[in-house]
Each structure stands twice: as structure tokens, then as C-alpha cells.
Design a protein around this ligand. Sequence first.
Ligand code: H2U
Ligand code: ZN
Length: 358
Amino acid sequence: MEPEVSFQPSEHQHNRYNPLRDEWVLVSAHRMNRPWKGQVEKPPQENIPRHDPKNPLCPGARRAGGEVNPDYEGTFVFENDFPALQPDAPEPGPADHPLLQATSARGVCQVMCFHPWSDITLPLMTNQEVRAVIDKWAEISSDLGATYPWVQIFENKGETMGCSNPHPHCQVWASSFLPNEAQTEERTQREYLRTHGTPMLLEYGRLEEERKERLVLKNDHWLVVVPYWAVWPFQTLLLPRRHVTRLQDLSDEERDSLASIMKRLLCKYDNLFEVSFPYSMGWHGAPTGRHLKEDCSHWQLHAHYYPPLLRSASVRKFMVGYEMLAQAQRDLTAEQAAERLRNLPEEHYKTGGAAEDR
Ligand code: H2U
Ligand code: ZN
């Protein structure tokens, strides 16, 4: 007879369910110790000039489209000179075969600079400066959301994540359609509310607040957790503690406290491997445009942080092979990742928290 072994999530491989994306992730934490001889990431560029007149995102610089940026002092938003979505495009017309379907796609793409300096990042900005970014996000989300059903705000940070410019910035793509991720979250959250009577992520936040093992940070209005179903090694989910459907619905206080928790999270991220931590992050809230008239109470506003680094500043997780052909897999448990993040200091390793004194 086989000896009875009790299940240890950090020892025994298992699948976890992601209720938001309705998919599974394979957790095989025992693989963390395998040797690595693969690709090593370049360290991020150091000594970035604070102002470079040749950098198209800097105040006063000329962009690819020929326009000259104003001498902006806070945030600055402009229309992307290479937009993936434009307001006008002809209709593709009806499909002549069910396997060859196309629908129209219209929209706008904007770029938002967070700060006039190229050598600063969100965790090193003051609370007030981060608050200005949040206010701008809410404004854009409301303005573009008046027409477009989905306004995707996202930040690609670091060359590892395909970011082309070190100047602190994010992008906004507003579209005439709900993209795949939005469609999935729309469906899963709607079904969850119908079945269980509480918005999924409101319930999830409360659960994690109670259990604490995946909780990274908490303040009066916000929670940061490594979700139970995290795929990326140090993936986090940022959630309001109250039921909020869209960024523009956040109160003054909630925005201030969001600035504070974002800075704390991003300092921890940078402190993890003592490097300006690369990631893709973005906001998801209830759809807008024609959906503004609908009941969207199944939605809970949230931000996803997807950072690729796994073991050090130079060894990343690749989502290839099994992940592309079968299912996402992770090498440490969400609880292990949360514990590591929780135990890191909140003062940035570079400044020791000096941003507020600037
Ligand atoms: P990323 O580094 O996240 O790609 O963002 C930079 C964006 O800025 C990118 O989408 C735009 C690029 O198209 N851009 C302009 O719109 N004008 C420029 O002159 C340079 C870059
Ligand atoms: Zn989401």
C-alpha cells in the first residue's frame, strides 16, 4: 500500500481555477529549483537623461507626426502617431463563409505621459503626482467612455515588456467593440452574480481580506492580492474594498488612497530584485458607451499587474510551449509569491522613500 501523503500546495502539483477568465492554471511549485541556462534579460537602461529633446515623449520635443509637445509640467495626453485603431474604417461587409468572419473595428489610441521627467517612474513620484495620473485616467475613461464601449488603459513598463521608451507613460486604446478579455470578464462576472448573488470580485476581495495568505497590501479603500489563480510569478490584482464599477466613480479619498497603495506596491516590486520592475498593467471596469444604460452591477473595478520576472532581475518566465499549446503553468504558489512581496520593505531601494521630500 502507498503511504498516505497529505496535499501540500507548495509541494504537490495541481490545477487552480481562474473564475474571471474561466480557465485553469497548472501550479508546479517544485520546479523553482531547476537550473537555468536560458536567456538572460538585459538590465534596464541606467542614467536616463531627465530631458532629451530627441525623445518624442519629452516636453517641447517633436513627435513622429511632426507635432511639437507643449512644455507640460504634469501629465500630458496626445493622440498616438501610429494608432492601431482609428475612428473611421470601412465595414468589412458580410461573411461569405462562417470560417471567414470579420467585423468592423473603430477607435482611438492615445499616449499619456505621467510626468515631464524621463528618469522617474511611478513608485518614485510623489503621492500628489500619482494622484494626478489617476485623475487623468478617470477623466479619459469617462470622456472616451461616453462613446466607446471599451476604454483600455494599460502600461507596458520596461524593454522586457516591449516598452519602446523609458519616459514614464501609458497608453489608452478605446474601441467600438469589447475585446476578448473584456468579453470573457463580462460573461464570467455576470454569471457569478446571477448564481451567487454577490459581484465576483467584491466577494473575492472579502475572502482574501479574511484569509490573508495571498494578501500583499491593504489600506482603507484598496487591497492588493496575488490572486489564487495567478499565472505570472508575481502577478497581482488591485481591488477596491467597496463595490465600484468604473474608475470615474472613485471618490476623492479613494483616489488618494489608490495613489498611496500603488506607490507601495510598485516600491515592493522594484525592491524584489532591486531593479525597475518590468510589467504590463491595466484597468478593467464595467463597459461604457452603449453599456452605460445597462445594469453593470456584476462588474468590480480592478487593475491587473502582470510582471514577467521569475527568479532575478535577469531571469523571466516565458509563456511558450506548454503555455501556448496546452495551459498556463507557474513555478511558485500564489501564497509563496504573496509572502515574498509582503515581507519586502515599502521604502524604495534607491531613495529610501525620499520622493515626498522633493
Ligand atoms: P510604448 O513604449 O508602450 O510602445 O508606447 C509608446 C507609444 O508612443 C507607441 O505606441 C507612440 C508609439 O506609437 N509614439 C507616438 O505616438 N509618437 C512618437 O513620436 C513616438 C512614439
Ligand atoms: Zn480583469
